[in-house]
Design a protein around this ligand. Structure first.
Ligand code: AGP
Length: 608
């Protein structure tokens, strides 16, 4: 959740730190700070609230060539100047920034207070790190960091500078993301690639339990045994403008409109000239698949909702039973996982700690781990046996949109691939589905071309606080995603239900003008959805239905209907999700919310 940046070079450090922090704002934060070393004196500046509050108290021209910066998303201790990072030791000779949670911080804090008479100034867990490094510091910062980290449990990406070593920046990671940027006579650290793209495309992706020792002209990576390790340079191909808004008012809207491209990228790079699916990075063979007797899909939030659709796709195309679970529950149900289990993790950021920890639990129990991830080289990606990247490009808006549709594509391809590996998918259906998947980018453009219909609907409903989504079959899975999108960016307390459940209680909620989004794209369940719409209409609801073109009967029952281009039932979510995303976006914008950075939310939830 927090964001870290660091610079050591020959130019003035402060502008790099502030620029880097500004590109990490999307991760969500409540305060920010920097520390610089000026003539062997460390100066720290921190401010609660937005980055501009920090900029108001610093001199961008400060004469320092080394510094660290931080955006904080509070976990321990309320948002405040004192709790903001960087944190220092008592003699102010060491400054630390931290993203993560030190789970045993209380034990260390008590030891430092009672045995070492250390005085703490903040309520944070992170401050412990500064005092612990100070305790072990005897003139070599890297050595002190090793010793301090050895005492710590939890998740961290840490950046440290020391007064006595004005040309050295040390960093270390465990579970929280950390990258190194390589420049000319300057080097960088950050939580995420966008923070550094303005200065370098050449990155080093740091693995868990690795330490980094940086000066302006040298970067050395060490493992937990202090052995030097080498790392290939990862050259970032996408550039900063693709992370800019390109004329859209918000990243979220831009990313909704980028979906045809993301879907096409994720699909077409994996089809050969004969329309055969080639999943490089997925090394499942028919032999391996024969031994798999259980499949779990585990994820959080939108990625979990994509997993619900993925479950149906794998069951429909590969005839393999699948369980789908939220990561924060998976580990605590003592799941039946062993070496015959295929564990599928889904994550846009690849850093969601709930998902990462579930993946590790599954690995510990012998499962084979296949991950569907959008961020190359992310922690989930690096800890998986098989990898299926979505190529949605950087998703900056906190609400996940293009990641969802590309995750669906990844699942459909995986399901088709598995169905062919185990021989349970006939070639006619395989080719029909591939052909229809290839039509999806164009059909998405058709849907997006009707966005003003949704804009009008939002204008009539944006103040309605009585909203819910309903559907049957895969439309029910989609209802959960539509409701989450609306909730997280409009703050309307919407929910989703299986339409068949209406009569089992929820229908008691219906009153005049209750706004209901009815997903009715499944031919096999269309008549039942028409009945559900009549039921709620009879009790005063206002119904917005999403159906396939050609199914005109619904025009006689729903108040408004959005028709998606006709397509296979299985693939309908790719298209039907877009009106729900647009509805959430326009309602949020009309309510004057910070659409890209909704309150209380973070783009990547790197705490449990
Ligand atoms: C979705 O719009 C939310 N931002 C959130 O639910 C998100 O999907 C969830 O935190 C999982 O994130 P991940 O895909 O990066 O793992």
């Amino acid at each position: 959740m927090c964001g870290i940046v660091g610079y050591v070079g020959t130019n003035k450090a402060v502008p790099y730190l502030i620029e880097g922090l500004s590109k990490l704002e999307y991760r969500g934060y409540d305060s920010a700070g920097i520390a610089v070393n000026i003539n062997k004196d460390i100066q720290v500046y921190k401010a609660k609230g937005r980055l501009k509050n920090l900029e108001a108290i610093i001199d961008m021209d400060m004469d320092s060539v080394i510094g660290i910066g931080h955006t904080r998303w509070a976990t321990h201790g309320a948002p405040s100047d004192v709790n903001a990072h960087p944190h220092m030791n008592q003699t102010r000779s060491i400054a630390v920034i931290h993203n993560g949670i030190i789970e045993n911080y209380m034990e260390i804090k008590e030891w430092l207070i009672h045995d070492k008479q250390v005085e703490f100034v903040s309520e944070t867990d992170s401050e412990v790190i500064a005092h612990l490094i100070d305790y072990y510091y005897t003139g070599d910062l890297l050595d002190a960091v090793y010793k301090a980290v050895d005492r710590m449990q939890g998740a961290y990406a840490i950046g440290v500078i020391a007064k006595q070593e004005p040309n050295r920046l040390v960093a270390v990671r465990k579970d929280s993301p950390l990258i190194v940027g390589l420049g000319e006579d300057e080097n960088f650290i950050a939580s995420d690639i966008p923070a550094l793209l303005k200065y370098t495309r050449n990155m080093l992706l740091i693995e868990n339990d690795e330490f980094v020792d940086l000066t302006k002209d040298k970067v050395t990576i060490y493992n937990s045994l202090k052995q030097e390790v080498t790392r290939d340079v990862y050259e970032v191909t996408w550039d900063i403008d693709s992370a800019e808004k390109e004329g859209f008012e918000h990243f979220t809207l831009k990313e909704i409109f980028e979906q045809p491209k993301g879907v096409k990228e994720t699909l077409m790079r994996r089809l050969n000239a004969d329309d055969e699916i080639v999943l490089e990075g997925v090394n499942l063979t028919s032999e391996i698949l024969k031994d798999i007797n259980k499949v779990y899909i585990v994820a959080c939030g939108t990625a979990y909702h994509a997993g619900l659709v993925g479950r149906r796709a794998i069951e429909n195309f590969a005839k393999i039973p699948v369980e789908c679970d939220v990561a924060s529950e998976f580990r605590y149900r003592d799941p039946f996982v062993d070496e015959r289990t295929l564990f599928i993790a889904v994550s846009q950021s690849g850093e969601t700690l709930d998902t990462l920890q579930s993946l590790r639990e599954a690995k510990r129990k012998g499962a084979r781990v296949l991950s569907i991830v959008n961020v190359v080289g992310s922690s989930v990606a690096r800890e998986s046996d098989d990898l299926l990247y979505t190529w949605a490009g950087p998703e900056i808006g906190v609400a996940s949109t293009k990641a969802y549709t590309t995750q669906l594509i990844a699942f459909y391809m995986l399901a088709l691939h598995l169905g062919r590996l185990n021989g349970r998918l006939d070639m006619v259906r395989y080719h029909e589905t591939i052909t229809e998947l290839k039509n999806m980018p164009a059909k998405l453009e058709v849907v997006l071309g009707q966005s003003e219909k949704i804009q009008k609907l939002a204008a009539s409903q944006f103040n309605n606080e009585k909203v819910f989504f309903m559907g049957r079959g895969v439309d029910c899975d989609l209802a959960y995603e539509g409701s989450l999108k609306l909730k997280e960016i409009s703050y309307i307390n919407s929910f989703a239900i299986a339409a068949g459940e209406l009569k089992h209680g929820t229908i008691a909620l219906i009153e005049d003008d209750t706004f209901i989004v009815a997903l009715a794209t499944q031919n096999a369940l269309y008549d039942k959805m028409l009945s559900n719409i009549k039921e709620v209409k009879a009790r005063g609801a206002h119904v917005f239905a999403i159906a396939k073109a050609g199914n005109d009967q619904i025009l006689k029952t729903a108040d408004e209907v959005f028709f998606i281009p006709d397509t296979m039932d299985d693939l309908a979510p790719i298209l039907a999700v877009v009106p729900t995303q647009l509805l959430a976006y326009y309602v949020s914008a009309l309510r004057g919310n910070d659409v890209d950075k909704p309150r209380n939310l973070a783009k990547s939830v790197t705490v449990e």
